[in-house]
Design a protein around this ligand. Structure first.
Ligand SMILES: Nc1nc2c(c(=O)[nH]1)N[C@H]1C(S)=C(S)[C@@H](COP(=O)(O)OP(=O)(O)OC[C@H]3O[C@@H](n4cnc5c(=O)[nH]c(N)nc54)[C@H](O)[C@@H]3O)O[C@H]1N2
Ligand SMILES: Nc1nc2c(c(=O)[nH]1)N[C@H]1C(S)=C(S)[C@@H](COP(=O)(O)OP(=O)(O)OC[C@H]3O[C@@H](n4cnc5c(=O)[nH]c(N)nc54)[C@H](O)[C@@H]3O)O[C@H]1N2
Ligand code: SF4
Ligand SMILES: [Mo]
Length: 916
């Protein structure tokens, strides 16, 4: 056994991971105590990494036109077809769509190939859906795409403002750091600004549940308030900035009274003014913002409205202060560094940066090759897929992202891909909603196999190390790209044999003709990391850019001297005029659609969906709305419902939640056709975008909601190895698949009200094993049955609403025993339909994913007197590892206290509503 040091492949916190390697397998993971991002902590996704590995379900062979081929054939086909498209339709007919989940080295060679040698500017990335507005705003005001602060600044701040960020779920380790810092510093305050009450609110001293999309008005209001109350830092503004007057004039448009701003944002005026006062009176303020700000048709302006307030108060370039755009993907930053956005050229140089095209051309030239660098920017993500739809772009190479799910109007994207003559997809897993559109499929290595660097939210470059060999014939993305480049005749420019060599070239380009004070000076400079030999690259310790001769140990904080990356060194305040979301509500679509993430899933679930432990927290696609809206629409908690929006519908289970605002619904972004019949939310949204950054408006859809009238609901558990006819999905109006340890759980619903299928006929049509146990109540339509073959449990069926389900851990154990070939013992066989041992208490749905502690166990412990999170942790271990379930534990404690109070008052028990 040995330990390998690497980096987590999920969120932008970029935690260091120690992987425990035994016999060519990773058997466990731990946080790396020496990594400055996490100092040993990991969240639940990070700590389940080893459970997502294994060859099963991986892509292991290249495919061309549906046939498995060897690499030679596949690479030749890619090169020949790209070449033919270029020859017949011009350079602009070829495009690439990349991802912040590629390593910097992969990204660098892809950018170099497409922009430098294929001569097309059409190379964009899923960061367009994620960070584009934050990038554009930093560039507009600070002169470079540069996050000024670092994680310690968050801990050192006196006030931390979280805007449009559900940090507790989406950057959990950073949230834990903030939480700890707050518990150590009683003076620290946290403000959360989000239309939803999220788990992040658990540490909030003040919560502003604003109207979606009204953030610019709020921060404009703050700027004007600071000016009116004499809270501007006049000295800082004078010395280091420009544009105050215009920005202030814009901020003062409209009614400037706090009451009027509060009314526009639909928040309480006193709370709003408290926030203004706190912000204005503290110097050490960090504002952390994320997709609630970026994913908007005015996202760039919203980011600038925030940055304006920091500049106006001199709250930047200091410990514990700054506007902090927190990145989502593990290497969105690395992608930005290599220039992997369609409006960028390379290494923080845009097409219009003085001398950039010439400089990059000279840098990439070799003795025999002259690069063919385009002369202007290319299509951003939405435009790219529109150009494919129009037939202008005829070949696209998609790597490590799934536009068939994650783009708005995903239905149109799929139709465009269907028509596109050449779609090349580099992917790790065998089943995704994108792969059916691919002409050429290239199997890529994944986490634990791929080898290179990533950059986290605080500009920290870390090594993600190759620990295991890729399965089958899967290959590293950089290798695939360079092999294609060689076949296209660019071998000399792509002669890399190791990612370290690519990193070296990237580091050299960042420093190439990059002199302080020169016209061409770029802040992104890691020339101090050029020239590392293989051993030094392998051993590279986490380091924050810039890394130069002057700052060989890296740079923790930017702009400390008040000099910004603009030509005159001054930061710019930007006039912001608030705009409503483009997706307008109407009588037909009266509800505001908010979309986002859940704690235990990552994006389209290709990796987290493989770990049964991570499926516990939210097992099915859902729709969250207020109790009042649910009642008005005649929908009950846990009922199935249909959302209708711009394109495809969305079916999910309703979660009534007091955390929602009225008139608004929230759905998770994660579900795809691999996990549910109709729950991919991309189709609900119109493809509106920010005019500056091109980022889509993914947070502000317009939808209608209706209950799904189903005649029956059923849960079917099927042994993992049982050959089934999965067409049953078509007979169901709704289905969701939930992987468990020893079986797959299918949640099914269908039929009209009162309609009941002939279950015996249905089972024999779809499953190879006949029922052995059967218990039916014809009056209610309830049914439980099980299929047993040679003493082993093969399937289990319950026809009833899912709230009648027993905790599934017991049944899953029986499936696991059966998979090991063990026969059911007689007592347990008798209890199969009940789903638990005789007299055993059901532990209920899992609340703590790390330690698999169920709701019923927690509630019993609370009743037995464990009425604090600490006491629960001591008894059951829940909440003691990643801490993500602590808010849920607290609400269970509160609920039970509430029940007791109600009981004491001898009032009727309040309706139990899950506010998680
Ligand atoms: N568990 C998990 N973690 C992840 C990911 C994941 O898939 N799963 N993905 C990673 C990636 S790529 C990203 S980009 C980050 C995203 O991290 P976050 O930005 O934190 O994630 P979201 O859930 O998309 O949205 C954040 C919040 O914005 C709020 N919001 C919606 N509209 C508005 C508005 O008008 N104003 C304000 N102020 N808030 C609004 C939503 O209610 C939501 O709570 O997470 C990263 N971390
Ligand atoms: N409505 C709505 N839409 C959204 C969002 C939202 O909040 N709401 N969020 C947006 C944001 S912020 C983001 S970042 C996107 C994310 O959306 P996507 O990027 O589309 O989602 P992923 O599931 O991360 O897709 C990554 C794919 O690459 C594969 N993969 C993983 N590692 C590798 C690798 O090393 N090489 C290769 N070749 N393949 C790999 C995975 O199996 C997976 O299929 O979604 C965006 N879309
Ligand atoms: S916080 Fe992010 S980087 Fe850290 S372990 Fe969790 S998912 Fe991985
Ligand atoms: Mo993202």
């Amino acid at each position: 056994m040995h330990q390998a040091r690497t980096t987590c492949p999920y969120c932008g916190v970029g935690c260091g991971v120690l992987a425990c390697v035994e016999n060519d397998r990773i058997t466990g993971v731990d946080g790396d105590a020496d990594h400055p991002a996490n100092f040993g902590r990991l969240c639940v996704k990070g700590s389940a990494l080893h459970e997502t590995l294994g060859d099963h379900g991986r892509l292991t062979r290249p495919r061309v036109d549906g046939a498995e081929v060897d690499w030679e054939t596949a690479l030749d086909a890619v090169a020949e077809r790209l070449q033919a498209t270029r020859r017949d339709h011009g350079k602009g007919a070829v495009a690439a769509y990349l991802s912040g989940q590629l390593l910097t080295e992969d990204y660098y060679v892809a950018n170099k190939l497409f922009k430098g040698f294929l001569g097309t500017p059409h190379l964009d990335t899923n960061s367009r859906l994620c960070m584009a507005s934050a990038v554009a705003a930093y560039k507009r005001s600070l002169g470079a795409d540069a996050v000024p602060c670092n994680y310690e600044d968050i801990e050192e701040a006196e006030l931390v403002v979280l805007v449009g960020s559900n940090l507790a779920w989406n950057h959990p380790v950073l949230y834990q750091r903030l939480r700890t810092a707050k518990s150590r510093n009683p003076l620290m305050r946290v403000v959360v600004i989000d239309p939803r009450v999220t788990d992040t609110c658990e540490i909030a001293d003040l919560y502003l549940g604003l109207k979606p999309g009204s953030d610019a008005r709020l921060f404009n209001g703050l700027l004007a308030w600071m000016a009116d109350k004499g809270r501007l830092d006049r000295v800082y503004l004078e010395k280091h900035t420009t544009g105050l007057d215009d920005a202030l004039a814009a901020a003062r448009e409209g009614d400037g009274a706090v009451e009027a701003i509060a009314a526009d944002c639909d928040v309480d005026p006193e709370r709003l003014e408290t926030f203004f006062y706190w912000f204005a009176s503290q110097l050490h303020v960090v504002t952390l913002y994320s997709q609630g700000i970026n994913q908007s048709s005015s996202g760039t302006d919203k980011c600038n409205a925030i940055i304006n307030c920091h500049l106006a108060g001199g709250k930047i370039g200091l410990p514990g202060a700054g506007p902090f755009s927190i990145t989502g993907q593990p290497n969105a930053m690395g992608g930005r560094e290599v220039g992997g956005l369609a409006n960028q050229l390379a290494a923080h140089m845009d097409y219009h940066s003085p001398g950039a095209i010439d400089r990059v051309t000279r840098f990439w030239a070799t003795e025999h090759l002259t690069p063919d660098v385009p002369d202007g920017p290319g299509h951003k993500a939405l435009e790219l897929f529109e150009a494919i739809e129009r037939g202008e772009v005829k070949a696209v190479w998609i790597m490590a992202t799934n536009p068939a799910v994650s783009l708005p109007r995903a239905d149109r994207v799929r139709a465009a891909l269907e028509k596109c003559p050449l779609v090349i997809v580099s992917e790790c897993v065998a089943d995704t909603d994108l792969l059916p559109y691919a002409d050429i499929v290239l199997p890529a290595s994944g986490w634990s196999e791929k080898d290179g660097t990533v950059t986290n939210s605080e500009r920290r470059i870390s090594r993600q190390r190759g620990i295991l060999p890729p399965p089958g014939e899967a290959r590293h993305d950089w290798w695939i790209i360079t092999q294609v480049a060689r076949r296209l005749g660019f071998g000399e420019a792509f002669a890399f044999e190791h990612p370290g060599e690519i990193f070296d070239e990237h580091a050299r380009l960042s420093g190439f003709e990059n002199r302080d004070g020169a016209d061409s000076a770029r802040l992104f400079d890691i020339s101090g990391l050029a020239g590392l030999d293989r051993a030094a690259y392998d051993a590279l310790a986490p380091i924050q850019w810039p890394v130069t001769a002057r700052a060989p140990q890296g740079t923790a904080r930017l702009f400390e001297d008040g000099r910004f990356a603009t030509p005159d060194g001054l930061a710019r305040l930007i006039p912001v005029r608030p705009r409503e979301p483009e997706q307008a509500l109407s009588e037909a679509r009266p509800l505001r659609l908010n979309t986002g993430r859940v704690r235990d899933q990552w994006h389209t679930m290709t990796r987290t969906g493989r770990a049964p432990r991570l499926m516990n927290h939210r097992a099915e696609p859902f729709i969250e709305l207020t109790p009042e809206d649910a009642q008005a629409l005649g929908i009950e908690d846990q009922q199935l419902a249909r959302l209708t929006g711009a394109g495809d519908d969305y079916l999910g289970r309703v979660r009534v939640s007091k955390g929602q605002r009225r008139g608004e619904v929230f759905v998770p972004m994660h579900w795809t056709g691999q996990f549910s019949g109709r729950a991919s939310m991309g189709g609900l949204l119109e493809a509106h975008r920010d005019p500056v950054s091109g980022q889509p408006e993914s947070k502000h859809g317009a939808v209608s909601l209706e209950p799904l009238a189903a005649g029956w609901e059923a849960t079917l558990l099927v042994a993992a190895d049982l050959a089934v006819d999965a067409d049953w999905c078509d007979t169901a109006g709704y289905w969701a698949r939930i992987p468990l340890g020893g079986c797959q759980r299918w949640q099914l619903a269908g039929g009209r009200s009162g309609e009941r299928p002939d279950w015996l006929a249905w089972l024999s049509a779809h499953l190879p094993v006949a029922p052995a146990l059967w218990c039916e109540d014809p009056a209610s339509g309830r049914l439980r049955a099980a299929g047993i073959e040679a003493g082993r449990l093969r399937w289990w069926l319950m026809v009833a609403p899912p709230r009648e389900l027993p905790g599934l851990a017991w049944l899953d154990e029986r499936f696991q025993e059966s998979a090991r070939g063990e026969s059911l013992d007689a007592a347990r066989r008798r209890r199969l339909l009940a789903g638990c041992d005789d007299g055993a208490a059901d532990s209920g749905p899992v609340v703590c994913s790390c330690h698999q502690v169920g709701r019923s166990s927690i509630v019993s412990a609370i009743h037995a007197g464990d009425t604090s999170v600490e006491a629960l942790g001591a008894r059951l271990a829940c909440g003691t590892q990643c801490g993500s379930c602590i808010p849920e534990l607290k609400s269970l404690i509160e609920e039970s206290a509430e029940e007791e109070r109600a009981h004491a008052r001898a009032e009727p028990k309040p309706e139990s509503i899950d506010v998680a």
